[in-house]
Design a protein around this ligand. Structure first.
Ligand code: NI
Length: 169
């Protein structure tokens, strides 16, 4: 089932997500819905708070659904390693229409649970490292605009405020 994607300004996006204690059938349905919603958007990653559920879960697929082995759902992710730095343009399904250059680690290793409760690791460089850091940021109530310096952050927030006032956000 598709779930609506919340936008910047929704309070759930600025709450730290809680760890998942038990993988219930509801959690499995949530993961399936997140995958469907990510593909429909389309996007390469989606975090549970973006669909209004403040739990530490994200889904990621850099192949947009073309390569089944590229799809991952991770519960309670934690960084194991983070190194280097990259500067690239980035966007977010919760901030449609805006992109900015964001500093991210060049390589990360993340550990968490799969939907069956088994520990696994995801490792990536470049775009994968960026996407993993971006999704885990969502679980810590951090959006890409929060990673920007004053002026570029204010510019985006001011434009969104305007759109919001006009009922277009
Ligand atoms: Ni995002």
């Amino acid at each position: 089932m598709l779930r609506p994607i919340l936008r910047l300004g929704d309070s759930i996006l600025s709450e730290p997500a809680l760890a998942v204690e038990t993988i219930t059938p509801e959690i499995e349905t949530l993961i399936d819905d997140m995958i469907e919603t990510m593909y429909a958007a389309p996007g390469i990653g989606l975090a549970a708070p973006q669909v209004g559920v403040s739990l530490k879960i994200f889904v990621i697929d850099l192949s947009f659904g073309k390569d089944p082995s590229a799809l991952h759902a991770m519960i309670n992710p934690q960084f194991v390693e983070r190194e280097g730095m990259q500067l690239e343009e980035e966007g977010c399904l919760s901030i449609p229409g805006f992109t900015a250059t964001v500093a991210r680690p060049q390589r990360v290793v993340v550990e968490g649970l799969n939907r069956h409760g088994k520990i696994f690791r995801l490792e990536g460089e470049g775009l994968m490292a960026r996407a993993l850091q971006h999704e885990i940021d969502h679980l810590n109530s951090c959006l890409f605009v929060d990673r920007l310096r004053g002026i570029s952050r204010d510019l985006i927030l001011r434009k969104i405020k305007k759109l919001s006032k006009a009922g277009k956000w």
